[in-house]
Design a protein around this ligand. Structure first.
Ligand code: NI
Length: 380
């Protein structure tokens, strides 16, 4: 099978995947289809206790190079107008994970047909990235315990087709999400003195929470405290008994992350008590910040040059990416590839230039081969 046929097969699968998006943890058809195609081409899959997703492997021995792509879609109604638009109402591949899946399939076939034999390549078709649980599930299997390096690939709609984007150090932010329930006492709106008004707690808490960034965090460290969902009350003439807010904390440095959470907790409790109520704070910890190893970013740059693809230093971003969980244990780097400028990820009109599969498959394959030879050289 030559590279043109591999790209054609990947493209056909990209269209299929785009038409059949599956949400995080429900990627059954996607997993089944990948397993079937990999098996048809004699590519082995580890027997792992995963409900969805899979890890395929090619070659044997050391070094061990891991490459991760995510496979899940988003709960969004597609409005792209594409002939291969989602056939499932309210579900859409709006973050390009269909493109990642097709790319990894292409890389698997390319490596298999090259018959390389200088090490082991572990290809991770990761489920549930959007709910940030998939990377942890893969890590829990222990299958990456011997990995020397890991790469993660993501599309990017901000750059022309084939642009390679990465950077040394932090590339995405740590993500924590919170919900704070304010419990007060309800009353008739004409008798506010009989109430402990949760709207007062919520309003003052929102203002107080702004002091975390301005008064507690080093001004040279990026951090976001966003309150994005507020609910209280049901009528114009009733003071409600309770209300809640939800939001997100985005950070880069672990000490800031920790401080922001503890400040959020004490501000919520303090404000609620000051207005005669109390607050229950629930924080869900997401991934830490992706943190790219300099040595591997240099390898990415070298491979981009060899493939005649432009390299761009990734702009600052506090978006979340659960690839960071792998990087806590395995050195490596996250890389994006431009898929044509257009509506951004998580937008109902999001689209990818399918021709980019030519570049993404060639780049990914070459990156893996270059990583193997770099690791072999270092050993000699
Ligand atoms: Ni994504």
């Amino acid at each position: 099978m030559d590279i043109a046929n591999i790209v054609a097969l990947a493209k056909e699968n990209f269209f299929w995947l785009h038409r059949h998006p599956e949400l995080s943890g429900e990627e059954f058809q996607t997993t089944e289809r990948m397993k079937q195609i990999l098996a048809e081409h004699g590519i082995d899959i580890y027997p792992l206790p995963l409900a969805t997703g899979l890890v395929a492997h090619i070659g044997s021995g050391t070094p061990v190079v891991a490459f991760r792509c995510d496979i899940d879609a988003l709960p969004l109604q597609e409005e792209s107008g594409l002939p291969y638009a989602s056939e499932y109402s309210g579900k859409m591949h709006a973050c390009g994970h269909d493109f990642h899946t097709a790319t990894l399939l292409g890389i698997a076939l390319a490596l298999k047909h090259m018959n390389h034999s200088k090490g082991t390549v572990k290809l991770i078709f990761q489920p549930a990235e959007e709910t940030t649980s998939g990377a942890r599930k893969i890590l829990e299997t222990g299958i990456l315990g011997d990995a020397d390096v890991i790469f993660g690939l993501h599309c990017c709609a901000a750059y022309p087709r084939g642009t390679v984007i990465s950077r040394e150090g932090f590339m995405n932010g740590a993500v924590d999400e919170f919900r704070i329930d304010f419990q007060g006492t309800g009353a008739h709106a004409c008798r506010p003195y009989q109430a402990a008004d949760p709207s007062m707690m919520i309003g003052n808490f929102i203002l107080a929470a702004q002091s975390i960034v301005s008064r507690n965090i080093n001004p040279f460290h990026p951090l976001v405290v966003g309150i994005t969902h507020i609910e209280a009350g049901s009528a114009r003439n009733i003071i409600p008994g309770s209300g809640f807010v939800e939001g997100t904390i985005r950070s880069l440095y672990p000490e800031d992350r920790c401080l922001a959470k503890s400040r959020l907790l004490s501000l919520a409790k303090g404000v609620a008590e000051n207005f005669g109520g109390h607050a229950k704070v629930h924080i869900t910890e997401g991934p830490p910040a992706t943190n790219n190893d300099r040595k591997w970013v240099e390898v990415v740059q070298r491979v981009a040059g060899r493939q005649s693809l432009p390299f761009v230093t990734a702009p600052d971003s506090l978006s979340g990416e659960d690839f960071a969980f792998y990087q806590k244990r395995i050195p490596g780097t996250f890389v994006q590839i431009g898929t044509g400028v257009g509506p951004m990820m998580h937008n109902p009109a999001f689209r990818i230039d399918p021709e980019t599969l030519q570049e993404s498959i060639a780049f990914g394959t070459d990156l893996i081969l270059e990583a193997i030879s770099t690791l072999n050289e270092n050993r000699d």
